[in-house]
Design a protein around this ligand. Sequence first.
Ligand SMILES: NC(=O)c1ccc[n+]([C@@H]2O[C@H](COP(=O)([O-])OP(=O)(O)OC[C@H]3O[C@@H](n4cnc5c(N)ncnc54)[C@H](O)[C@@H]3O)[C@@H](O)[C@H]2O)c1
Length: 414
Amino acid sequence: MSKVKEGEHLVQQGRTSYEWARSHMQILDNTIGRLKDKKPLEGVTLGFCLHITKETSVLLMGAKELGATVACCGGNPLTTQDDIAAFLASEGIHTYAWNGQTPEEYDWCIEKVLEHKPSILTDDGADMNIKAHFDPRFANLKILGATEETTAGVNRIRAVKEQGKLRYPVILVNEAHTKHLFDNRYGTGQSTIDGYLRAMNLLLASKRVVVAGYGWVGKGVAARCKGMGSRVIVTEVDPVRALEAHMDGFDVEPMSQACRRGQIFITCTGMRDVITREHIEQMPNSAVLGNVGHFDVEIDTDYLLNQSASVREVRPNLDECTLMDSKKKVYLIGKGRLANLVAAEGHPPEVMAQSFSNQILSILYILENHKSMGTTITDVPADIDKQVARDALAAMDVQMDSLTPEQLKYSHSW
Ligand SMILES: NC(=O)c1ccc[n+]([C@@H]2O[C@H](COP(=O)([O-])OP(=O)(O)OC[C@H]3O[C@@H](n4cnc5c(N)ncnc54)[C@H](O)[C@@H]3O)[C@@H](O)[C@H]2O)c1
């Protein structure tokens, strides 16, 4: 196939995937439909640093339909779906993303987006916001505000705020109930199983699976593994969450112990050095390791990929690492980067519709309210969160009760 034909084929494939995702993202589609005629984002440039997936393409096309000029880059060097990037570029969205970037290329793409002078940034992990704050080349950008999609980014933005260096308001979309309770838990829960199965295609039933971290992501992953028949061991550092995992019926152990028994490992902590060289050396032969936390710092991938006697890719996104001294074989999924996005396609559309409805409504909120927001970090306003929940219930054709006037009065009486 000629290069031109190949490109056209990629665009068409991306368009079909976009249409498939959009037809399952009714909440977001309805939100865009409600606002479309008013073109509330006319004249506004938006900068997005997100995993470029079919679901993200629905958000970006929606922003364009609301009148925005849109520039985007990937939120990770390995998670861009190239057909989607090609489709977005063909639709006039300034797209700086392809799969398999070097760290330098990844950085360059973020800079290209900032060169479009976006007035609102939407980030996943805070890489774009950190650049907008600390790279002197972007010190004069007039940014009205930003939104942050994930826990790792929220933690970084909080650190910037604590140091008194926040330059504009940031809405923490991850903190919306209709985001982390569903996206982090059900979205990552399902797509992690998908990623692990695509990478290794081994039986999950009967396997001892070690889930590191029992936060929103860890709870979803542990529950889904249990549902597949795995024997799940949880590691934690927070006593309340360790207790919760124990009460939910999981074995809770320190990693120093769990590493000797586990056959499959899934890190979900957002913390560095969760699985170290010492842990890896004690693992049984054939252990499979992967990470679904935002950054690739949870597993000592340097030890596995650079200090093993040999490394070979035995299946797509699965490296067999033969350890130097013991000659034990340990398998690493997706180089230790987000296994659910690298080895699979990330969260399913229905759940991303909720997250991205929060995103689009938060962007509009910033546009209207940035002057009164100051340099604050705020949660998604409760009425937006509730509206997204109502829209999601309606999309799933679920009805619920509402308080009678008497009940309302009762709830406010002492
Ligand atoms: N893969 C995805 O698609 C996806 C989706 C959402 C979030 N994330 C990322 O996943 C990570 C976790 O997100 P979350 O929402 O569950 O966060 P969270 O804060 O709710 O949970 C993290 C948990 O890890 C525990 N933890 C910290 N250090 C630990 C250690 N050394 N050992 C064991 N446990 C430890 C914490 O106590 C906490 O309970 C973040 O990096 C987030 O950005 C990824």
